[in-house]
Structures are given as C-alpha cells and as structure tokens.
Write a protein that binds this ligand. Structure first.
Ligand SMILES: Nc1ncnc2c1ncn2[C@@H]1O[C@H](COP(=O)(O)OP(=O)(O)OP(=O)(O)O)[C@@H](O)[C@H]1O
Length: 256
C-alpha cells in the first residue's frame, strides 16, 4: 500500500532520517513511537508528500508519491498533522465537509452521500452537538477531534495521524482510536499513527516501529518492541512491563 525505501533527510546539514525502510499494508494499523526529535514527524510528513526526502522514495499503491495527481492522491491518503486545525471562523460541519471536497466538482453542492458521511463521522467523534459552532471557539481537544473527523470524512485508503490523542481526555483518546480502528478494519484501510502513549500503541497497533536518532531501532508486534531493555535504551528510563488484565497486551508502567 505505502512503501518507504532508503529515505534520508537532513535539515541545515543535520541528518534527521538515515536510510529508513518501511512498509504499511492494506488493513494494517502501524504505530510509530520513539524519543523526542527521533524523526517520527519528519517520516510521517515524507510519507504524506508534505516533505520531500533528500534520498530514497515513497510509493503509494506501487506508484511514486510525486507521480500522483493531487486530487487522486487526496482520495487515497490523508494526514492529520500535530498542529491540528487553525481556529478558522467556519462551522464544525463545514470544516468536516471540506474532507469531501476531493470527491466534489467545482462549485458543486454536497451530495446526499457527502452529507451522510459527514453526519456519521460527526456522530462517532462526538461532535454532533457542536456542528453549527465556529471552530474558532473550540478547545484544543475539540479542534483535534474536528481535524480527525475531517480526515475520516475524506475516506482515505491510508490515514496518517501525528500524535492524534495529545490534546484528548482519556475518554476521547479511546473512543477516537476505537473508531479509527473500527473504520480501518471495515474499509481494509491502512493507518499509520505517531503515538507517544505506548499503552495506547500496544492496544491499537498490530505492528510498532520504534525510532531512535533517525533510525528504526526496533520493529515488530507490540510484545516484541515494548520490552524493558529496548525501551530503556531509547527512553533512558527503565519501565516495568505488565500485561493488560483484560486484553493481555503489554502495558508500560513508569517509576519504581
Ligand atoms: N523544518 C525543519 N527545519 C529544521 N529542522 C527540523 C525541521 N523539522 C524537523 N527538524 C528537526 O528534525 C529533528 C526531528 O524532528 P521530528 O519532528 O521529526 O521529531 P519527532 O520524533 O517527531 O519529535 P517529537 O517526539 O518531539 O515530536 C528535530 O531535531 C527537529 O528539530
């Protein structure tokens, strides 16, 4: 579905990604974790086409990213960036409807299907009651939910999420990721999420890539990557790893 081959990137002479190779298949939920400044966002921006690599390339469905027409690519792939939405003076409904623009002709009013998708996405992201409200008046977490709702309304085949849960309370962290997961399974879509919360990563990702200093330091199932020795090397602190009593996935406890 999406393949990163031998990607390197430097900013002002400082190498941020070194020869990174990565793939994501249809129907897979891939987590990218790692220390601050390890290159996670840069990698995601290169995967989305927002940033060009200095070396190497990224292909989507076997075609180089830059060979896609902008509109066709937007129907396949979308990204929710770390910054989220700027507080624009548009209603929540209109901003989420913007996700449908990639399917609409110029000046064409929204179709019944566009409205149906938007209303469904607003409901599952808990934004229904806020739909007439201006995005400029929302809190950071509410704006983040709008950004995710707009991306879902775009119905991409590949969804790239940069720290999607940062501003969300624990209830929305779970419900948004649960919805993304349900949607990903139902549509056979691929999700790549940069996550700082290792416990959420363990619960939602089939595979985790751990970044360190622009390299992939470890990669595999959550139980292969979330190991005390590996995490201590990257995060400079030794966690205790336990099993979640309900799901059995590894969970990371900090402190002694
Ligand atoms: N546009 C840019 N110009 C200059 N340096 C940049 C730019 N983007 C990223 N960097 C640098 O590249 C390095 C990796 O940044 P990146 O945002 O990819 O890391 P990250 O792993 O996502 O970090 P964090 O966990 O803190 O969000 C950092 O040292 C950062 O300062």
């Amino acid at each position: 579905m999406i393949r990163v081959e031998h990607v390197s990137k430097a900013f002002h002479g400082k190498t941020v990604l070194h020869d990174v190779n990565l793939y994501v298949t249809d129907g897979e939920f891939l987590g990218i974790i790692g220390s601050n400044g390890s290159g996670k966002t840069t990698l995601l921006r290169i995967m989305s086409g927002e940033e060009r690599p200095d070396e190497g390339n990224v292909s989507l469905r076997g075609r180089l990213l830059e060979r896609w027409k902008v509109r066709e690519r937007a129907q396949q792939l979308t990204v929710v960036s770390q910054e989220g939405l700027t507080p624009v003076p548009f209603s929540v409904y209109d901003v989420v409807m913007m996700g449908r623009h990639v399917y609409q002709g110029r000046f064409q009013p929204p179709s019944a299907r566009d409205r149906e998708v938007v209303e469904h996405v607003l409901a599952v992201t808990g934004l229904e009651g806020m739909s007439p409200q201006s995005v400029a008046q929302l809190s950071g977490g509410e704006r983040q939910r709008v950004a995710i709702a707009r991306a879902l309304a775009q119905e991409p085949r590949v969804l790239l999420l940069d720290e999607p849960t940062t501003y969300l309370d624990i209830g929305y962290q779970l419900s948004v990721l649960e919805y993304v997961k349900k949607w990903q399974v139902a549509h056979g879509a691929a999700v790549v999420a940069v996550l700082h919360d290792l416990n959420l990563a363990a619960q939602f990702c089939e595979r985790i890539v751990l970044m360190e200093g622009g390299h992939i330091a470890a990669e595999g199932a959550p139980s292969d990557v979330l190991q005390a020795d590996i995490l201590q090397r990257v995060y400079r602190t030794r966690p205790t790893i336990v099993r979640h009593p309900l799901s059995g996935v590894p969970q990371v406890l900090l402190g002694s």
